[in-house]
Design a protein around this ligand. Sequence first.
Ligand code: DGJ
Length: 726
Amino acid sequence: MREKFNVVKLDTTNTSLVFAVNDGNLGIAHYGKKITDLPQSDSLDMFLLNGQWGASVDRFNITKMSYSFVGDGNMRESLVSVINSDGTYTSRFVYKKHSLVNGGIPLDDLPCARNAEKTLIVELADDYANLTLKQYYTVFKDSDIIAVRQELTNNGKGNVTVLRLMSLQLDVSGTSYNCVSFNGAWARERYRKDTAVTAGTWMIQSMGGQSSAIMNPFFMAKNPDGNGVYAFNLIYSGNHKEIVEACNDINSTRFLVGINDYCFNLTLKAGETFATPQAVMLFADSEQSVTSEMHNFVNNHIVDPKFAYKDRPLLLNNWEGTHFSFTEEKLLELADKAAELGVELFVLDDGWFGHRDNDASSLGDWYDYKEKLNGSLGKLADKIRAKGLHFGIWVEPEMISEDSDLFRNHPEYAMIVPGREPIRRRNQLVLDLVNKDVQDYLIKEIGDVIERCKAYYVKWDCNRHISDIYSATFENTGEYFHRYVLGLYRVISALKKRFPDVLFESCSAGGNRFDLGMLYYMPQTWCSDMTEPRHRLSIQEGTLYAYPQSAIGAHVSACQNSSFESKFNVACLGAFGYELDATKCTQEELEIIKKQIVFYKQHRHLLQFGKYYRLKSIFGRERKSSWIIISEDKSEAIAFLAETDELINSVPSEWRFTGLDDNALYSFEVRPQNNFKSDVIASGTAGGDALNNCEFSFGKLFSDETDRQPYGTPLATRLIYFKRID
Ligand code: DGJ
């Protein structure tokens, strides 16, 4: 086998990706657990349906490929689809050469994973059409993730139209993968959904210009034999598409990940190259390993290294407390309370600019609403800083209100299809970020805001999707969605360069743009506008499948249905804060909040950067939820337990932990639920092996004191702190 084929093997810590090359064809021989060598035998075929291979082989018989195109006889969804300069659709890409280089090959205009170890470049070409397709496979020293992207170059003289160029194709054996995706809506983001794909095509996608709350680009596919999980994501913030195609004729499943070809076509002129964003793929032994790998990858290779393992500040945001109705006096009162409680960062949300008292005006007018602020933003920020707090500011740069000076002066900046009435969402239109003047205007105006209030933190919001795709400055509307994202990245990159120390949090009507592209620039993302803990539980658990807790903005709010303690117990697993009018809290509530803040600060690094294990899943049949977060040296851990079902006349649940040191002795202590004024109600010691392997009931932990009693919802939560004592 070795002699017969040119074999290219790329290893990660625990996996191997093996290509076999012969006569211009490139097949995937293996992607899965690491192997040291390939079998030396002609009778062990690793990549062909009928054991045939060679120049005369029908490409239809090659079951596992990393590329595909229209006209290849394969009759499946393809990686690349073009209209050639002669007007035909047919392509014929063949393998030309490959090389292995050190490090990554990042792009100038798109975020690419950082700190790469090496990159395999495979070059394919369609000589007749004068097209070159380069595939880049990048691996990382401490990770099993492989980042993949494509570059298509037009070496001919005429124009080529690109109808589709996905970032990644992976073909695997078998046709009954269970696909796990994370879908939802506003305030219901990233709920886990399982779909068995046994025939035909299954697809997730976004079409509104953002990665979306409706379908996140992250998904997993579980091997039908139960041995292993493939996982995929895309480092991109715009329209994405993920296809899983079960090909029963050849017993193979194809995965495709990339930019959505919805409303997409791109003109590739002579000499031009189109580069896709990077997609990432992973093979792991379990869903838990996928999660751990994804978390490490985000922290080590996506997030700006300056913030990657830096503790995130504990904030108070005024939005849910005041909405648009605030005065300087109110904000200062709030800041006083925040300082008294131990908060570190005060964030002024929507309503501080133009003449914005509701959502119908002023987006685009990023100058101070002096009457409301009783002076300038800069002065207010100084007063807040004088209380010992950092100051943070909210902006929504990508939008424009028709009632704004910006719109009156530059109606052409708004995205409106000439002759048509635009669709308004939340009374606003989207700015044409394809237009370089708009990009430059934003770089200047938002830069000035950050400068004049000396912001420590910026919340970058985006409260609607794109519906009317149009730019007066660019001919081909088929490139619009993608060029919008490039424009957005250009603006953010310029601001990041000017303000490298500012912590950015991205937001899109809650979690409508929770993706690796935004996380590359902004280390955290506001997870959802849903802050009621029962629903937050599901949203956070779904999000945590692919994104680490430090990336997840999570706040305690004043919502009515549950206690402050349950809100805290849920929100503490994230970049934590409060979002309420603290001046309206009772003394008792303020005392509870103070204790929460002390606890959070004490364990912040563990909660934000410890290793997270899902224990009981809220998406499981039991409707319970639990997790444990463990420090790197396993010397301490915090576990969370939640009952969400009716508890009347029930037997106490049993809980199991994992990941603790089998050989250590731990003390454990249930954190008091201060809304019930109880002391620590369970404590003791236990060996790590017992904690990891036995099931524990915590007696009457939930039966007497639940949020069900005072608040009427079936939710009861507890935190347990473990410390190694021997
Ligand atoms: C939507 C965000 O998700 C909220 O947190 C808040 O910032 C509002 N926008 C303000 O308009």
